[in-house]
Design a protein around this ligand. Structure first.
Ligand SMILES: [Zn+2]
Length: 158
């Protein structure tokens, strides 16, 4: 017996069965610092996610439930902000016209969801060209939408 063995990277004791001469936490740190290990682990997870419906359902449930908790949403939002993810996204859009257009449509869909989809250009025109305040433009768009519906249904709208 040689007494207590110590991890080669930190003062933690290790058992004589330890093969790498490191404690568990240092072994994981060492493994995680290697690119290949992370890549192969991600590949394994992707494969399992694609081929194992029960695994996929369980992971999806965890993700969906976490996304419903306001404090978790805030935590993710703060983290994304601290990592500068929006700047990364913005940089990725530079010179990519298709992605730029896709983003524009997605943003419109969210911000203009209270405006009927066929009337969003009219709303934009009223604001940009006719310089109407948003509330007036919205009222005008809704009036136009109502009038079009009446004309289309010929007054027989239920
Ligand atoms: Zn250690």
């Amino acid at each position: 017996m040689t007494g207590t063995l110590a991890c080669s990277d930190c003062p933690s004791p290790i058992t004589r069965h330890s093969k790498g001469g490191r404690c568990r936490s240092c072994t994981m740190r060492k493994l995680n610092s290697g690119k290949g290990f992370t890549a192969s682990r991600i590949a394994g997870l992707r494969k399992r996610y694609a081929t194992d419906p029960a695994f996929r359902a369980a992971k999806t449930k965890i993700i969906v439930e976490a996304a419903r908790r306001p404090e978790e949403r805030q935590r993710r939002s703060d983290r994304a902000r601290s990592m500068g993810l929006s700047e990364l996204g913005h940089a990725a859009l530079q010179g990519n016209e298709q992605a730029h257009a896709r983003r524009g449509r997605a943003v419109s869909q969210t911000r203009m969801r209270h405006i009927p989809s066929g009337y969003r250009q009219l709303y934009r025109d009223l604001i940009r060209k006719n310089k109407l305040p948003a509330a007036e433009a919205l009222a005008a768009v809704h009036a136009q939408h109502e009038a079009d519906l009446r004309r289309f249904f010929g007054g027989s709208r239920p």
